[in-house]
Write a protein that binds this ligand. Structure first.
Ligand code: F6R
Length: 313
């Protein structure tokens, strides 16, 4: 597990510079923090980074925690910075591989990330003309015109605002009543595209990713789920009432998500602090679906300080 307590280095990120593994001088003012972490039992192999000359950037401090997970956590001061960092990582993917497959998520958390991507597209810095997308999930029973469908959300927040080809975008078809047929089609579609290059995820209050709710086992492939009361409760804010929230959804499985080459999870706010600590510093269990990400070999979590306020350090 790597925790990046980042300074202002968005330029470095944007230019795709890998911040890991640079050696150099310790950033000013970190000594106190280091010894505090040492006292609390976190092992520090505190290699620190120096910013490239002339960038005027503050160095980035790399802290290696004891846990052997490959996760990297970037701490952002607020929602805006979290969104910009996440958008930087997605843009790097689009620039490096213009015909990449982006796995996308809905919900409140990634809205700022999409807004930032749109801004860079409008400035001429990003081109989506060859990008392909697959979304994580969709409510069963909502059609595309329904403004609460995830199809509608994606068009509103991203697809209709950039030069992506509509035929290159994919969301499970919530209007297909045959769940088995639709889930098999979607899983096969992802495979036929060569898999997902980078999967964007949000985090549910109960640890769900996609609509993979706490369960006794991890679901392997795209499937139909019954939403839990807590998810219905959390999502009712988007509907006229809780009764209007659909009771089922199609979602990529945990196995589908874990097959993505890279995973980028965004999370913000104090209300998610408990689940962040549980999911990424607790045991791996299907009771907390996101905890499985500890076993993926390329996960980046971009979180604001409030969401990280309860992690052990
Ligand atoms: C959305 C999705 C969900 C959300 C999660 C967090 O496609 O898959 O898992 O990411 O419910 O939602 P917000 O961001 O609204 O807190």
């Amino acid at each position: 597990m790597y925790l990046y307590v980042a300074g202002r280095h968005s330029e470095m990120e944007r230019s795709g510079i890998e911040l890991r593994g640079r050696t150099g001088i310790a950033p000013r003012g970190t000594a106190g923090r280091h010894s505090e972490m040492e006292r609390s039992g976190i092992e520090l192999r505190g290699r620190t980074g120096i910013a490239p000359r002339g960038t005027g950037q503050r160095p980035v401090q790399k802290i290696k925690l004891r846990r052997m997970s490959q996760m990297k956590i970037y701490e952002a001061k607020d929602y805006q910075e979290m969104s910009r960092k996440a958008a930087n990582i997605l843009s790097a993917q689009v620039i490096l591989k213009p015909d990449c497959v982006l796995g996308l998520a809905t919900g409140s958390t990634p809205i700022g990330t999409y807004d930032q991507l749109v801004e860079w597209y409008e400035k001429g810095d990003l081109d989506f003309s060859e990008v392909k997308t697959v979304n994580l999930d969709e409510y069963k029973g909502l059609d595309r015109e329904n403004d609460q469908s995830y199809y509608y959300f994606m068009h509103e927040h991203l697809f209709d605002r950039v030069n992506i080809k509509p035929e290159n975008t994919n969301v499970p078809d919530g209007t297909e009543p045959d769940a088995e047929k639709e889930c098999a089609r979607y899983e096969e579609l992802i495979r036929s595209m060569g898999g997902v290059d980078i999967q964007l995820l949000g985090l549910g209050h109960n640890g769900h990713i996609g609509f993979n709710e706490p369960d006794s086992s991890f679901a392997k492939v795209t499937h139909c789920v019954d939403l839990t009361e807590s998810t219905i409760e959390a999502n009712k804010r988007f509907f006229a009432s809780a009764d209007d929230v659909p009771r089922q959804a199609y979602t990529m499985g945990i196995g589908t998500i874990m097959r993505a080459k890279k995973i980028l999870l965004v999370v913000n706010g104090e209300a998610k602090a408990d689940i962040v600590a549980k999911a990424f510093f607790g045991p791996v269990t299907p009771e907390v679906p996101a905890s499985i990400l500890q076993l993926h070999n390329d996960v980046v979590i971009v979180a604001d300080s409030a969401a990280l306020s309860k992690i052990p350090r």
